[in-house]
Design a protein around this ligand. Structure first.
Ligand SMILES: Cc1ncc(COP(=O)(O)O)c(C=O)c1O
Length: 388
């Protein structure tokens, strides 16, 4: 079955009510037929639901779809994308281990690597996107994992997954990819032997800005450790959010087509605007990693960024001049969203850290929605004009 069909047709088994659409299993626990069944379920001799912190038909449906779409063996659903990313480190690594990571990361991922994991003796070396030789050079005897977000939030840096595939093989490492921006529609990191793939399902997987959620899929043996970690520590996704996210997956491929089409048209329109510096979109020829993006993604994604001439103050005026789009920190919604990363999503980084990943004071991130492209373009252009 093709992925579009899988995201629609993978479904929890029908109950005795013969429902067409999977119902919401809003239950914290499940009943046992008898004492023997309770014993055997807890002893892992029989498969089945026990308690919704461990599993639930709604979370299982979402996991089954994501596992199929990402062409991986197993998965677990989390209460947020950050819980999924954190579990990808905390359930696998131990004190003394070392991670080599791309420097261009979502703010909270950066905080986990620099502020939280070092408390438990897990250290990280960053590699700059412009210095791909840095990956091999940064690998030490105690390196266990390569971590990468591609395209990155918000810089839209593209990391060469083919390069990481060869390094992973050469040094016997775990390749851990945050695939939030691309979604399985545009890119499958498992084609490059990724062992773990995380998603903030809050973004395109929901796609309508309603729920927070995360998914981690990957190699069966690693997900067994992830499941043990999650079962004991409790970051599981709620059945309600899983139900919403699984329904959303039915339209993911259609939505991604339109997000990408609108974003490409907007990027084209903005590229030669004299009020802007550095318009970025992975499928613009001017993107520094255009060739890599073309090789590993089927379309350019739904995010466009640019730097307004005039820095921090002008960026504020641009945001305040927006009429149609929403001013919000989220992305991947049907509605176009404008964000100023330096003062919001990446404000916890120092300016030096921000500069190193291209989050300049005038950077604006546009999550291009599904509205008519003429309306979106008109709004962005009038806000650029009004902010001069
Ligand atoms: C690339 C990426 N990874 C992870 C996250 C965290 O996801 P969540 O907000 O669902 O915890 C985000 C959120 O913006 C993100 O953009």
């Amino acid at each position: 079955m093709e992925n579009e069909s899988k995201s629609i047709r993978i479904q929890t088994e029908r109950s005795g009510n013969r429902e067409h659409s999977t119902p919401l299993y809003l239950t914290s626990s499940f009943c046992f037929e008898d004492a023997e069944q309770a014993r055997s379920l807890f002893a892992d001799e029989e498969e089945g639901n026990i308690y919704s912190r461990f599993s639930n038909p709604n979370t299982s449906e979402l996991i089954n779809k994501m596992t199929a779409l990402e062409k991986t063996e197993d998965g677990f659903a989390f209460a947020s994308g950050m819980a999924a990313v954190f579990a990808s480190f905390a359930s696998i690594l131990k004190s003394g281990d070392h991670i080599v990571s791309s420097r261009s990361l979502f703010g909270s991922c950066h905080q986990i690597l620099t502020q939280i994991l070092p408390k438990w003796g897990i250290t990280t070396t960053y590699v700059d996107t412009g210095n791909p030789e840095g990956w091999d050079k940064s690998i030490q005897d105690n390196t266990k994992m390569l971590f990468v977000e591609t395209p990155s939030n918000p810089g839209l840096d593209i990391i060469d997954l083919e390069l990481l595939q060869s390094l992973k093989k050469k040094h016997d490492l775990i390749l851990n990819v945050d695939n939030t921006f691309a979604t399985p529609v545009l890119q499958n990191p498992s084609d490059y032997d990724a062992d773990l793939i995380s998603h903030s399902a809050t973004k395109y997987i929901d796609g309508q800005g309603r729920v927070i959620g995360g998914v981690l899929v990957g190699r069966k043996d690693l997900i067994t450790d992830v499941r043990f970690f999650a079962r004991q520590t409790g970051p599981s996704l709620s059945p309600f959010n899983a139900w919403v996210l699984s329904k959303s997956l039915e339209t993911l491929s259609l939505r991604m087509d339109r997000h990408c089409e609108n974003a490409a048209l907007l990027a084209d329109k903005l590229e030669n605007n004299t009020e802007l510096e550095n318009v970025r979109y992975p499928f613009l020829k001017s993107h520094p990693q255009y060739e890599i993006a073309k090789r590993q993604m089927t379309k350019g994604g739904g995010i466009v960024t640019f730097i307004v001439k005039g820095g921090y103050e002008r960026a504020g005026r641009f945001i305040d001049s927006i009429k149609l789009a929403s001013i919000s920190a989220n992305l991947g919604d049907t509605r176009t969203i404008v964000t100023h990363p330096a003062s919001t999503t990446h404000s916890k980084l120092t300016q030096d850290e921000r500069d190193r990943v291209g989050i300049y004071p005038g950077l604006i991130r546009i999550s291009v929605g599904l509205e008519n492209i003429d309306d979106i373009t008109k709004d962005i252009l009038q806000a650029i004009e009004a902010s001069t």
